[in-house]
Design a protein around this ligand. Structure first.
Ligand code: ZN
Length: 207
């Protein structure tokens, strides 16, 4: 068995996948960000933080520092899970803004700046304005997470956010299918399981 199974990115939205970073693939819940190393692995897999930045922050961190950041990340995650679960399934109302204080506390710490970079597009050279971030401390690892959550609030239609229908499955996702008919976190996991259960009950009825 792999010691660290790859995190699942099934939500079609990174802020929601962050909520899904604790899941129950079999019997016991597995928390991908149970400690600092887990948080670093998750951020790398989510491509929210460049690998060189992760390496540098890891090398610079005092013992236990990243574990503390992971603890903050888990608290933020559980707050956001409550917010999303409360509001999902129908459009978000302006009143919800008053509940976003924990998110605003993270966003207020951000140190982003813009930089002109040279780009080449289809043989044409030019320049583009790119957003960068100062990664001052280990805590700055929470910033891209806050940004991903803010994008859920601002860019996703909450009417299309729903929980997987799988029995005992805790995963949530944004349904971006044209028919808005998505029911499962993944066809390979809960979709198949439901199909097999339906098949078994048909056989039982016939018998
Ligand atoms: Zn599921």
């Amino acid at each position: 068995m792999q010691p660290h199974p790859p995190a699942m990115f099934i939500a079609d939205s990174l802020g929601l996948d962050f909520i899904n970073s604790i899941a129950t693939p079999l019997d016991a819940p597995v928390d991908a960000i149970a400690d600092g190393d887990g948080l670093v692995r998750w951020l790398a897999q989510a491509k929210l933080v460049p690998p060189d930045v992760l390496g540098e922050l890891k090398a610079r961190a005092a013992p236990g520092e990243l574990d503390k950041v992971a603890e903050q990340a888990r608290a933020l995650r559980e707050w956001f899970r409550g917010f999303v679960r409360k509001h999902m399934g129908r459009p978000l109302t302006p009143q919800a803004l008053a509940e976003l204080e924990p998110l605003h506390r993270v966003l207020a710490r951000d140190e982003t700046f813009s930089q002109v970079v040279a780009i080449s597009h289809r043989g044409h050279d030019g320049f583009a304005l790119e957003q960068r971030r100062r990664w001052g401390s280990a805590e700055s690892l929470l910033l891209p997470v806050g940004e991903a959550m803010a994008k859920v609030v601002c860019e996703e239609s909450f009417a299309d956010i729903r929980a997987c229908e799988g029995h005992a499955c805790t995963l949530i996702f944004a349904d971006h299918t044209r028919a808005r008919a998505r029911r499962w976190c993944s066809m390979a996991i809960c979709g198949n399981r439901a199909k097999q259960a339906a098949h078994r009950s048909r056989i039982k009825q016939r018998g």
